[in-house]
Write a protein that binds this ligand. Structure first.
Ligand code: ATP
Ligand code: MG
Length: 174
């Protein structure tokens, strides 16, 4: 048996696949008997397939934190209080050490909007239980957070069907 070492993995960049890759890891981790929690930081209105899909995966829980998308020009103050409550939940579950893998989905977007500072995320990384794996997703991951991670993947957009006018497809986008 290899030594257990909690990893910090960042999935960022403009191309599609950041959240999908994190969900793929959750499937793999479930098969290995790991306890997995995904906190969905920022999500749109529609019900995501992964919420129901995860019910079929032993040990995997997905918890939406109730934050919608912030549109350009929109007042962010309502989101600010919700985002801080969501961040408090992140801190709580990481320090509780009741999971083997925690996925903070779209946390980088929350940082980009200024709801959470990059320094706070770095502190979370540095204070997590040593055996816990963390996956952070979202566009525009700050440099400090990437520097604190073990593995960083930047998804590159070569093409995306949205550009050809194809709408979001159930099971592929949500
Ligand atoms: P996914 O959840 O499909 O893995 P993602 O996590 O990489 O996507 P996000 O930045 O979270 O991407 O954006 C979420 C939504 O935007 C998804 O519906 C996704 O298909 C879509 N999307 C992702 N990348 C692009 C892109 N380059 N152009 C247009 N839409 C995109
Ligand atoms: Mg995503």
């Amino acid at each position: 048996m290899s030594a257990k070492r909690g990893l910090v993995i960042v999935n960022t960049g403009p191309g599609k696949g950041k959240t999908t890759a994190a969900l793929g890891t959750a499937v793999r981790a479930s098969g290995q008997g790991l306890r997995v929690l995904m906190l969905q930081f920022i999500k749109g209105g529609s019900r995501y397939g992964e919420l129901d899909g995860a019910k079929h995966l032993p040990g995997v829980e997905i918890r939406p934190l109730g934050l919608g998308l912030v549109m350009p020009g929109q007042d962010r103050s309502a989101h600010q209080a919700e985002a801080r409550a969501a961040w408090a939940e992140c801190l709580r579950v990481v320090s509780a050490a009741e999971h083997d893998l925690i996925i903070l989905d779209e946390i980088c977007v929350a940082v980009h909007f200024g709801f959470v500072s990059a320094q706070e995320v770095v502190e979370l990384i540095n204070s997590k239980p040593p055996e816990m794996h963390l996956i952070l997703t979202g566009r525009n991951c700050p440099e400090e957070v990437m520097a604190a991670a073990d593995t960083v993947t930047v998804m590159e957009e070569v093409k995306h069907h949205f550009a050809a006018g194809v709408k979001a497809q159930a099971g592929i986008e949500f």
